[in-house]
Design a protein around this ligand. Sequence first.
Ligand code: CO8
Length: 258
Amino acid sequence: THPYETILVERTGRTATLTLNRPKALNALNLQVMTEVVAATEELDRDPDIGCIIITGSAKAFAAGADIKEMRPQSYMDMYLSDWFTAWDRLGALRTPTVAAVAGHALGGGCELAMLCDILLAADTAVFGQPEIKLGVIPGIGGSQRLTRAVGKAKAMELCLTGRTMDATEAERAGLVSRVVPATDLLTEARTVAGQVAAMSAPVAMMAKEAVNRAFETTLAEGVRFERRLFHAVFATADQKEGMTAFVEKRAAEFTHR
Ligand code: CO8
């Protein structure tokens, strides 16, 4: 009944957990993994009963990068004509909020995959980096752009030019991850956070995500205008009435995702 070979998908209430499952290659992201992650997350994105998607790996590796053995023989024309890695953009384009729960290696494409998610939680064992330069290549799934926006030029340049990695503490200090938790608590914490997000109004959570993401694409004035339009729009939802009424009546809101 499970159509995928390199990932596991599990649903708990309104939360789905996608686990990368290619242990022999430390979850290296080959084309099959990309195709399966994108197909599975797009299916979850279309499901009105799912309000948040967790992406995680193993205790040892979130993902040790794009698959070096698969890339090694490729030519420029192979890369260009197949538009190598472009499908990963679809993960960043999901409307449903996503949480990356990262333990162990998150290197190269693994770090880029984590940065494609909306909330980034790290175990104290997590290690982040863009070591592509050591292989004679550069990041190819947005690492040079998203890492720079997340941690600033100083650290991004050093990481991309030397290939050095940073541990969870440094990643949190630099603003790459929202929180560091003990490795044994990582999935529990991720499920708690995802459960909180999934309990919110789904359309309003989508708008909040869209508004925050807008900050990376536009000027402050345009971003504020964009936010204002969405802010006005949430007053068209039943969930705005429910949320504010529940507050006034001193009870928990029960959103209908409408
Ligand atoms: N690709 C393929 N196989 C991998 C990868 C990978 N990225 N990472 C690990 N593996 C494999 C190893 O080859 C090994 O397989 P085997 O047992 O068959 O030899 C197995 O996983 C276990 O790995 P190790 O024995 O190396 O495990 P260690 O615990 O000794 O080391 C490390 C763990 C430090 C994570 C080490 O595996 C490592 O350095 N991996 C590579 C990390 C890396 O360089 N990642 C960046 C890859 S490039 C990238 O992500 C983006 C490229 C963008 C290209 C743009 C194109 C458009």
